[in-house]
Ligand binder design. Sequence first.
Ligand SMILES: [Ca+2]
Ligand SMILES: [Ca+2]
Length: 283
Amino acid sequence: MPPTHLRRALAVSATAAALTVPLLGAAPAEPAARVASAAPVVPVVPAVPVVPADVVDDYYADAEGLTGEPLKQALHEIISTDVTTLTYSQVWDALKVTDRDPADPDSVILLYTGLSRDADANGGNVGQWNREHVWPQSHGDFGTSPGPGTDLHHLRPSDVQVNSDRGNKDFDEGGTESPRAPGNYTDADSWEPRDEVKGDIARMALYMAVRWEGGDGFADLEVNDSTGNGSVPYLGRLSTLLDWHAQDPPSAAEEARNATVFEDFQGNRNPFVDHPEWVEEIW
Ligand SMILES: [Ca+2]
Ligand SMILES: [Ca+2]
């Protein structure tokens, strides 16, 4: 039996092979047999914009060694300095880049369904995609003027109807499965996204709580442990978000998106994608 890490690598290769080989009606071989017989496969990794590690280290230099509230304050300063703020109409074009389908450059990946949709099918009608505010506009009443409402770090393409189904609900586990977005669950006061984006959503919410601290014409956004927050500038449920952050660590695709927002659009980064360990230093 190979060492654990090698078995994992082989399993990944087998999965990649399974995804690229069309199934022609025959039942797929047992995974073990596939591992034994398959030629080595290089996993397909999305192209990641190159941001050298020393550039990222320099970016966070002022946060080095800090914990708790001082860390949060230092990160706020860092991610609020030299930021380019987009207009709401510019967000359309930005999302076509930041959320481009790696398998089809003319499409975007929708946040809750994970499906690919024509990038030009943006709008407000059934069958189109629109700009989902992961931190709902009503939680702080920031609208869509340049600021929190146009911050790409929490804006994602979503199917128009699924966006409406999520509404301004807080995040938490439970409910019934969404018929339009299988893998997502909802009840009267919360929305549970599919597993693949649970951590992404947690890190988006935590970023927003640090980026927006009041004193700039917008509310001080904060995470709390409630659902049903409505129009107060809070988003929950924090304990669930922390679980999701731990369950679903940053992926290569999430890191690539962070780099694209930094390099091509806003000039700032999500610290919790770069340093997942900082979440428990603050919360
Ligand atoms: Ca993820
Ligand atoms: Ca805040």
